[in-house]
Design a protein around this ligand. Structure first.
Ligand code: 4AD
Ligand code: MG
Length: 429
C-alpha cells in the first residue's frame, strides 16, 4: 500500500486504492460489529474516518495513541465525510494512557487550558491549526517581498559567551537593513527578535518574530503605510485562501462577525490620523475615558485600543509622533509647528500597536547632533558613513508577526500564537 498523509487521503483522489496512513487517534467508537476511529496527522484540520472490524479492536487503541493503519480507501456511505478507510491492519505505534493524558476525548479545551502543556498542545486541533497558519503566513510574507526583487538579509542572533566572548540578542534588524538599503531598492528580514520586556501583558513576549522592511528613495510616510497595508492584505488573503478551515476554527471562537471584520480590512483603506489629533480625541472624550494624556506622552495600550474603537474599530495609522519620543534615527519634521518626527504606528483592533516605522534622518548634520546629544556618536560612526557615501532618503517599519496573527485570528493572548512562548520568568522550554 502507498503511504499517504491524511490530507492526501481525504482529497479522495486515491479512492479505490490500498493505502497506509500514520497519525494520532482523535476518537474511538466501538460498535457491535465495527470499530470507528478518527485519525489525524497534522496535515489537515480534518481527520480520516477509519472503519475496522471489531476484531481489530485493541486495548491500546485509545485517544491520543499513535497508529499506523493500512487498508482500502473507499467512498463513505455517510454524508459526514466523503471518504473513509476500511482497515485491514491497525498497529499501535505509541500508546497513550487516557487517564494521564491531559486532553480528554470529546472535551473542548480552551486555549488557556492547553497553554499549560506547551510540549503537548500541538496535539489539539486549535494548536495544529495555528502551526499550519504560521507556516502559510510565513510563506506569504516571503512571497510578498520576493516579486519586487527585494533582497534578503538574515538577522544575526547571539548567545551568551558565543566563541567565549559576550554576545547580544538582537532587538531589531533595522540598522543592518539600513546598510543594505544603501545598495538595493528595498530589503526585508523576518526572524526572531528579543526584548527584555518585564511585562506579563497579553501582547508582549521576550522572544517574538518580526518582519522588517526598509525602502530606499522614499520621502513620504505614505509609501511606508502602503507597504504595511499591502503586506497585511496579501498575507491575509493567502491565509484565507490556503487554510480557510484553520482560520475559521479561530473565528468561530471569537464572535460570529469576526470574519466580516477581516473581510472589511481587506477592502477598505486603513484610517490615518496624526498623533496630535489622537491626543485631541483622547482628551475630548472626558466622560467615557479615564486615561487622559498630554501632548508629548507616549500612547499606552489603553489609549491605542480606545483610538482604534473610536475610529470605527478598524486599523488605524497614527503619524508624526513627538520628536523626543522617537529614537535617534527618526527623521525630524522640521516644517511643522510642533516638534514631531516622521514616524508611524499601525494600531489594530484588540491588540493596539502592530507595526512601527519611520522615515530615517538622512541629513548628516542633524543626525550628528542628535547622536552626540545621546552620547552615541562614537559607536555609530559607521552609521554616519551611510549618510556620507551615496546616501538616499529612506524609511522602514517592523511588524510583529505574533501581533499580526492575534489580529487576524482574534486571539486574545499572544502566548497562544507562538509554539513556545518566552516571557519574563518563563523561558523554560
Ligand atoms: O515598534 P518596534 O519596537 O520597532 C522597531 O523595532 C523598529 N526598529 C522597526 C523598524 O522600523 N524596522 O517593534 C516593531 C513591532 C511592534 O509594532 C510590535 O508589533 C512588535 O514589533 N513588538 C512586539 N511583539 C511582541 N512582543 C514584544 N515584546 C514586542 N515588541 C515589539
Ligand atoms: Mg513601537
Amino acid at each position: 500500500p502507498r503511504k499517504l498523509t491524511i490530507c492526501e487521503a481525504i482529497s479522495h483522489l486515491q479512492v479505490g486504492t490500498k493505502i497506509k496512513v500514520q497519525g494520532w487517534v482523535r476518537s474511538v467508537r466501538p460498535q457491535k460489529e465495527n470499530l470507528f476511529l478518527h485519525v489525524n496527522d497534522g496535515s489537515s484540520l480534518q481527520s480520516l474516518q477509519v472503519v475496522a472490524s471489531s476484531e481489530l479492536n485493541h486495548r491500546l487503541l485509545t485517544f491520543g495513541s499513535a497508529v499506523e493503519i493500512s487498508g482500502s480507501l473507499v467512498t463513505s456511505p455517510s454524508r459526514k465525510q466523503e471518504v473513509e478507510l476500511q482497515a485491514d491492519q491497525i498497529d499501535v505505534v505509541g500508546e497513550c494512557n487516557p487517564v494521564d493524558f491531559p486532553f480528554k476525548i470529546k472535551k473542548k479545551h480552551g486555549l488557556e487550558y492547553i497553554r499549560q502543556f506547551p510540549h503537548l498542545r500541538c496535539r489539539t486541533n486549535a494548536f495544529s491549526s495555528l502551526l499550519r497558519i504560521r507556516s502559510e503566513a510565513t510563506a506569504a510574507i516571503q512571497q510578498y517581498f520576493k516579486p519586487a526583487g527585494q533582497e534578503k538579509n538574515q538577522d544575526e542572533e547571539g548567545h551568551q559567551h558565543f566563541f567565549s566572548v559576550p554576545a547580544y540578542l538582537t532587538v531589531s534588524g533595522q540598522l543592518h537593513l539600513e546598510v543594505m538599503a544603501g545598495a538595493f531598492p528595498g530589503v526585508y528580514t523576518f526572524g526572531p527578535t528579543f526584548r527584555a520586556e518585564n511585562s506579563q501583558s497579553r501582547r508582549h513576549l521576550a522572544e517574538f518574530y518580526m518582519v522588517e522592511a526598509e525602502i530606499s528613495f522614499t520621502q513620504s510616510l505614505e509609501d511606508l503605510m502602503k507597504v504595511m497595508e499591502d503586506l497585511f492584505r496579501s498575507t491575509t488573503e493567502h491565509l484565507l485562501d490556503q487554510c480557510p478551515e484553520d482560520v475559521a476554527l479561530y473565528h468561530k471562537h471569537v464572535s460570529p462577525g469576526y470574519r466580516d471584520n477581516v473581510d472589511l480590512m481587506m477592502k477598505k483603506s486603513f484610517n490615518v490620523i496624526t498623533y496630535t489629533e489622537a491626543i485631541n480625541i483622547l482628551n475630548s472624550s472626558s466622560k467615557k475615558f479615564a486615561f487622559k494624556t498630554d501632548w508629548g506622552c507616549d500612547l499606552q495600550t489603553e489609549h491605542e485600543k480606545y483610538l482604534v474603537k473610536h475610529c470605527g474599530d478598524f486599523p488605524l495609522f497614527v503619524t508624526d509622533y513627538p520628536y523626543a519620543l522617537k529614537p535617534f534615527y527618526a527623521r525630524d519634521n522640521q516644517d511643522q509647528p510642533l516638534h514631531t518626527a516622521a514616524a508611524v504606528d499601525l494600531l489594530v483592533p484588540g491588540v493596539g500597536e502592530m507595526c512601527g516605522g519611520s522615515l530615517r534622518e538622512d541629513r548628516l548634520d542633524l543626525l550628528k547632533t542628535r547622536l552626540a546629544q545621546a552620547g552615541l556618536d562614537e559607536a555609530y560612526g559607521w552609521y554616519l558613513d551611510l549618510r556620507r557615501f551615496g546616501s538616499v532618503p529612506h524609511g522602514g517599519f517592523g511588524m510583529g508577526f505574533e501581533r499580526y496573527l492575534q489580529c487576524v485570528l482574534g486571539v486574545d493572548n499572544i502566548k497562544d500564537v507562538i509554539p513556545f512562548p518566552r516571557y519574563s520568568r518563563s523561558c523554560l522550554l
